[in-house]
Write a protein that binds this ligand. Structure first.
Ligand code: PEP
Ligand code: MG
Length: 573
């Protein structure tokens, strides 16, 4: 038996035989003295076949995931249709009289190198798409269109170096029990696709995952990132029990998803959703979400060449409010910077982007961006339960400045009759330790806090959230984070303000009873986590959760906290 640890990217647990996905052999040799006409014809045929395959993958993605995710395949067909790429290949064929494979490969490689040199995440993501399309075209030219995925006949755990979006979308949900990859990160296209396909997945496991061979049995825990190869008898029994329990629990949780989250002794908490697209808003109510606790508005600005206009933003927010009805919506103002870059907005070179020009810092330096966004949100949210939230707040001056811009914008819209006079709550994300420490001062300035444990953890442990080498440090269940949460909640409650949490910790079943015990008012998480979170809360008494919380605050590691929750007598986990 061997245990490995990776980054959990798609929840769920599964066990099964390993299937090692070997990348197809796409090695090519350079031939010369070729007829350019003939070679061009071969390329055109390959493009035609690839176009048909990409169209059918696009259809499958639309059926099985969401139109946003299916957009990856639209990007692939745009690459196929790019006349400049084909023109460059043609020139190479004529000038060098080489074979189609070499010409195509050289042109695509040069293009990828140029994009990667730009040090811009948008273009780097495009280079992943270009590599994916190149592989498909070379495969067609070499006649290797059948990949190993088609050989899977019975349910397996798929083990791969990494998966491209086109490989991920081909996965058959009935045959792929779980995914385990050596590389890849939580924000990769394939991680996002596996989550929306509902396949448990752990990425970034490292080369150790190739210790698995066909004969090995592998357990994948997409919630914790744990991988167990060849579990011994005792562990197998525990896994079996876990699988049965997870299955029965998710069925029960879904059946009761629309019921409120009230503890046995009558404390009700609000369970809302984190969303980052219009499409996700469609699922919030079905999963029992009582509103939106974090609308990541970046989706309107990313993956495009120009900034969205006020009108465009207004239409998008309006659609979200229409889908959510009269439930509360916490709209977070633009949080770019860090790992989120825009091709049309120069953030400049930074040695440490996560410690740099990000979130509210950019918006206060470019107040027009903030004003346009606030106008669109306020107009769309007029007469609704709208709450505005500012990200990456580090000091009191930033809150005061942001509030001033908000107030001026709101007053102007009211005067022009574009927005009702109803009160709009204004809050901040608590995701930088300076705010946690001075929570008492910030609480007087705002209507609410929403704790962003993803960033609060990276800034507390000085461990970048996207760097898998330091991911072992980033467990928000650590008492160093829990104590800050306690401090923040107490400071806000003393002056009558409410506290939510929209970091990943809010949907973590180990953390939920602790957060309940610490007095958290609102839990915001991915829509699919809502049914289970509600069920966990219904199984606790607030008084027991308070005892649990005060116990774990004295522990000295995230691991000991998690172990304590799991063994606590009333814990359903
Ligand atoms: C957080 O930092 O916890 C958070 C919810 O914000 P984001 O993950 O979008 O940075
Ligand atoms: Mg954050």
């Amino acid at each position: 038996m061997k245990k490995l640890q990776g980054i959990p990217v798609s929840p769920g647990v599964a066990i099964g035989p390993a299937f090692i996905l070997k990348p197809p052999d796409l090695s090519i040799s350079k031939d010369s003295d070729k007829d350019p006409e003939m070679e061009l014809k071969r390329i055109q045929n390959a493009i035609e076949t690839a176009r048909k395959k990409i169209a059918s993958m696009h259809e499958k993605a639309k059926r099985d995931t969401s139109s946003e995710h299916a957009g990856i395949f639209e990007a692939h067909s745009l690459i196929l249709d790019d006349p400049s790429l084909l023109e460059m290949v043609k020139k190479k064929l004529v000038a060098e009289k080489i074979n189609a494979e070499t010409a195509l490969s050289d042109v695509f490689d040069e293009y990828v190198q140029k994009l990667e040199a730009l040090d811009n995440e948008y273009f780097q993501a495009r280079s992943i798409d270009i590599i994916d399309v190149k592989k498909q075209l070379i495969g067609e030219l070499l006649g290797i269109s059948n990949n190993d995925l088609l050989k899977i006949e019975k349910p397996v755990v798929l083990v791969a170096s990494d998966l491209s979006p086109s490989e991920t979308i081909q996965l058959d949900k009935d045959l792929i029990l779980a995914i385990c990859t050596a590389h890849g990160g939580p924000t990769s296209h394939s991680a996002i696709l596996s989550k929306s396909l509902g396949i448990p997945a752990v990425v970034g496991v490292g080369q150790d995952c190739f210790q698995m061979s066909k004969k090995r049995i592998v357990f994948v825990d997409g919630n914790s990132g744990e991988i167990i190869i060849d579990p011994d008898d005792d562990t197998q029994k525990k896994i079996q029990i876990k699988l049965e329990r997870v299955c029965a629990e998710s069925k029960l949780a879904l059946e009761n998803a629309k019921e409120p989250a009230i503890t046995i002794d009558g404390r009700k908490v609000e369970i809302v959703a984190n969303i980052g697209s219009i499409n996700e808003a469609r699922y919030v109510i079905d999963y029992g979400g009582e509103g939106i606790g974090l609308l990541r508005t970046e989706f309107l600005y990313l993956k495009r060449e120009t900034a969205p206009s006020e009108e465009e933003q207004y239409q998008a927010y309006n659609e979200i409010f229409r889908l959510i009805g009269d439930r509360p919506v916490v709209a977070r103002t633009l949080d770019i910077g860090g790992d989120k870059k825009l091709p049309y907005f120069d953030l400049g070179e930074e040695a440490n982007p996560f410690l740099g020009w990000r979130g509210i810092r950019i918006c206060l330096d470019n107040p027009d961006i903030l004003r346009i966004q606030l106008r669109a949100i306020l107009r769309a949210g007029s007469g609704r339960d709208l709450r505005i939230m500012f990200p990456m707040i580090a000091n009191l001056e930033e809150v005061q400045q942001a509030k001033r811009i908000f107030q001026e914008t709101h007053d102007e819209l009211i005067q022009k009759g574009l927005c009702s006079e109803g009160r709009v709550q204004v809050g901040i994300m608590v995701e930088i330790p300076s705010v946690a420490i001075l929570a008492e001062k910030f609480a007087k300035e705002v209507d609410f806090f929403s704790i962003g444990t993803n960033d609060l953890t990276q800034y507390t442990f000085a461990a970048e959230r996207t760097n898998h080498k330091v991911s072992y440090l980033c467990d928000a269940c650590h008492p160093a984070i829990l104590k800050q949460i306690q401090w923040i909640i107490n400071a806000a409650h003393r002056v009558g303000k409410w506290v939510g949490m929209c970091g990943e910790l809010a949907g973590d079943p180990d953390a939920i009873p602790i957060l309940l015990g610490l007095g958290l008012d609102e839990f915001s998480m991915a829509p699919s986590q809502i049914p289970q979170a509600k069920m966990v809360i219904r199984r606790w008494k607030e008084v027991d959760a308070q005892k649990l919380a005060s116990n774990v605050l004295n522990y000295d590691s995230a691991e000991s906290v998690r172990n304590h929750v799991k063994t606590y007598k009333q814990s359903p986990i």
